[in-house]
Structure formats: C-alpha cells, structure tokens
Design a protein around this ligand. Structure first.
Ligand code: ADP
Length: 404
C-alpha cells in the first residue's frame, strides 16, 4: 500500500557525524532504509510522517529540554507503540532516560557488535510492521462498520416505507371489506323476507319441488347472511378502536353461557374457579369466548355428548395468564394447527359441521389486538385444548367468584 517505504524507514540520530555515517553505512549495506536526522525536532517530525523505528544515542535524548520526543510518542494513536533503540554507555540505568518511561525502548549498551545491532533493528522494524498491519485492519473494520451502519439505515428506512404502504393497503382493504359486507346485508335481508312472504302468501300454490326450491333460497340467504356477519365481525375486530381495561373473566364467562342458552343445551360446561381479572377489551373478549365455546360444543364426536372445561392458570415468569377451553370432541390433526386460524381455514366439511371458517380468525385478530396470544393442542378423536394468553390486571391475583 502507499506509504510502505516511509513506514520501513529507520531514523538515525547520533550527535557525532562519524558515528552516524559508520552505522548508517553498515545498516544500509544490510538493506535497511536509513534516514539520518540532525536533531530531535527533525526526528520527531519524521516519526509523525511515519517510520519503522528510531536508532539514537543516549546523549541525544538527554538533551530534550522541551520533552519533544516523549510528547510525540505519548500522543500516538492506540494501535501504535513506536520502537526506539537507544545506544547507552556501560552501566547506564534505564530510569535516567526521561523518554524511556513506559515507552517501547530497547537499550543497547555500547560498544555494540554490528550483528547485535542488526538483529535489534530488524526485530524493531518487524514489530512496527505488525503495528501498521493492525492499523490497516482497524481502518478496514471501521470502514466496514460504517458501510454496515449505512446499509442498516437504508434497510430500516425501506422496511419503514414498506410497512407503512402495507398498513395503508391493509386499512384500505379492511375498509373496503367492511363497506362491501355492510352493503350486502340489506339485499340479503330482502331476499330472506320475500322468500318468507312468498312461502306464507303463495305457498299453497306451489308444489313440493317449488317449496323445496324456496326453502333452499331461504337457507342460502341465511347462510350468506351468517358469512357476511362474520366478515363484518372480523373487520370490526381488525379496525375498531381498542382500549384495554380490567375485565373480570369469571363474570364474562358466566355472562357468555347465560347470553347464549343454546350452549348449555348442547353439552356440559364447567367453569373452574378461580378465574383472574385480565387486561382486555370486553366486547372482543366476549367474542373470543363465544367463538371458542361454540366450537368446543359444535365439533363433537358422533354419539358423545360434549363436555367442556374452562380453566385458567398463571404462566410462570410472565405477567400473563392462560385461559384453557378443553373439549372431548373430534380433535384436530397437528398438521392443521396453523390452517385453522386463517380465514376460511376449515378442516372439517360443512356437510357435517356448519360454519363459516372465520370464527378462529376473529379470535386470533382480537387476541393479537389485545396484546395476547392464542394456540391449540389436540389429538384426533380425543378432543382439543384451545388457549388464550392474556395480560393479568395488576389486581388480578386474588380469586374471583361469579358475580363478584
Ligand atoms: P367454523 O367453526 O365456522 O368452521 P372456525 O374458524 O371457528 O370456523 O374454525 C376453523 C376450523 O377449525 C373448523 O372448521 C374446524 O375444522 C376446526 N376447529 C375449530 N375448533 C375446533 C374444535 N374445538 N375441535 C375440532 N376442530 C375445531
């Protein structure tokens, strides 16, 4: 790389020209690139330019009233530890050299054999070369980190932009599906109404086939209305405003069972107390409970009366509580665990179990919006255990009894 020659230079500072010339001649002949400096000031400015090492006599350092050398060496960058080779007098003590303290100094006692000097210089230059390699690696690392940061910022920006676009598209789609579903209900109700009126007023003029067609029209309109209602419920949960508040799960659970008497008629429901107070949106939570409870009673095994148990347990090391809906129904194969939470993710045929395939998608969306989670464990032919994980209200640790 550029500047390599400078970094290999051996700076030489010796007060007597004869000594300097002799040493430099020997070292140059051994292929060292020597640069003779006239005084400490010049030596310091050459060190700043970049050099491999400095060879100097003890006397040269002792006369450094401005501490120029130690100042330069102490202000080196962190990767640098510039090597100084100092030729001393016999019996010299290192502490006498002001510049020697805590610096990279090799003391060589005079008279020095050339072979010794050569190996000391060689070692110092090699040491310095490693330092430059470290500097280059650090520079590359810094550059790479900088590039990575830029790439990261760019990526974050793109993710932000795409997320925003996606959110806009989702909102538009939700608004669209809400208004379409909403507008679909009026003509549907007309169809149902006119079909009922036709049956009532003109029914005696129709033969069996005519009556059957009419009741099929009514049933299809009713089914479509159910579908539209579910799509509307999904849209409401997806885009409605949400404010979480403390909700007494026990009260809500009993309310659900009382509000929908058909639940009790279909099977046995046990609500195991205590149930906690959770942070939730009451209407959304009620929707979740009625959908899960409805499914638990609906997907029953032929000839087996549905038994549903609802209970709650604290999740260890979290602020959450898990609410379980356990049934003894037909169960779900593990490969369908994900599919059933998608819109229209029905696994069982509508000939056997009526439904729209939107119920669990509504539960998933509602739970997500309440900051919770939803899951299932199940075994085919044995039953299913659906769970909701919700945040406990701060005062929810106490037990609650119905109607409290
Ligand atoms: P729907 O009940 O209208 O079919 P859901 O979205 O509520 O739609 O459920 C999706 C599918 O998940 C159901 O069609 C059924 O195949 C399966 N499922 C849901 N709950 C149960 C359950 N408790 N036991 C067995 N299968 C279930």
């Amino acid at each position: 790389m550029a500047g390599t020659a400078e970094q290999e230079r051996l700076l030489v500072l010796m007060p007597t020209t004869r000594d300097a010339e002799r040493t430099v001649a020997g070292l140059s002949a051994a292929d060292f690139h020597c640069v003779v400096c006239s005084d400490l000031v010049e030596l310091c400015s050459e060190i700043k330019r970049g050099a491999g090492a400095a060879l100097l006599t003890e006397e040269a350092i002792l006369h450094d009233p401005d501490q120029c050398l130690s100042t330069v060496l102490r202000n080196e960058p962190p990767w640098s530890n510039f090597p100084l080779i100092v030729l001393t007098h016999p019996g010299h003590k290192a502490g006498h050299l002001p510049a020697a303290q805590k610096l990279n100094v090799t003391l060589v006692e005079r008279p020095v054999r050339f072979v010794t000097l050569r190996s000391v210089v060689d070692a110092a230059l090699r040491h310095r070369k490693y330092q430059y390699e470290i500097r280059d690696t650090l520079l590359e690392l810094t550059r790479a980190r900088h590039e990575l940061e830029l790439a990261n910022q760019d990526l974050e920006q793109r993710v932000r932009e795409r997320t925003q676009k996606l959110q806009e598209t989702i909102s538009e789609l939700e608004a669209f599906s809400y208004s379409v579903s909403h507008d679909l209900r009026a003509p549907l109700r007309s169809m149902e109404g006119y079909a009922a009126a036709l049956m009532e007023d003109q029914g005696d003029k129709l033969d069996a086939a005519g009556k059957s067609f009419l009741s099929k029209i009514s049933a299809s309109a009713a089914r479509l209305d159910l579908l539209v209602q579910d799509v509307l419920a999904y849209s409401r949960v997806a885009k409605g405003e949400i404010h979480l508040q403390d909700v007494n799960l026990s009260t809500l659970m009993h309310e659900a069972v009382e509000t929908y008497p058909q639940f009790r008629q279909k099977g046995s429901i046990t609500i195991q107390e205590p149930l906690p107070i959770v942070q939730a949106h009451p209407a959304y939570l009620m929707q979740c409970i009625s959908n899960l409870l409805g499914n638990a009673l609906k997907f029953a095994r032929p000839g087996v009366s549905p038994v549903v148990v609802i209970r709650a347990e604290e999740e260890p090391d979290t602020e959450n509580v898990k609410v379980w809906f356990e049934d003894n129904g037909i169960g779900i194969a593990p490969e369908h665990f994900q599919q059933i939470f998608q819109i229209f993710g029905r696994v069982h045929s509508s000939n056997h179990f009526e439904g729209t395939g939107i119920g669990l998608a509504i539960v998933r969306k509602a739970v997500e919006r309440m900051g919770g989670a939803l899951g299932v464990t199940s075994e085919l032919g044995k039953g299913s255990r659906f769970w909701l994980s919700l945040k406990k209200a701060s005062a929810s640790l106490e037990a609650n009894s119905p109607g409290r």
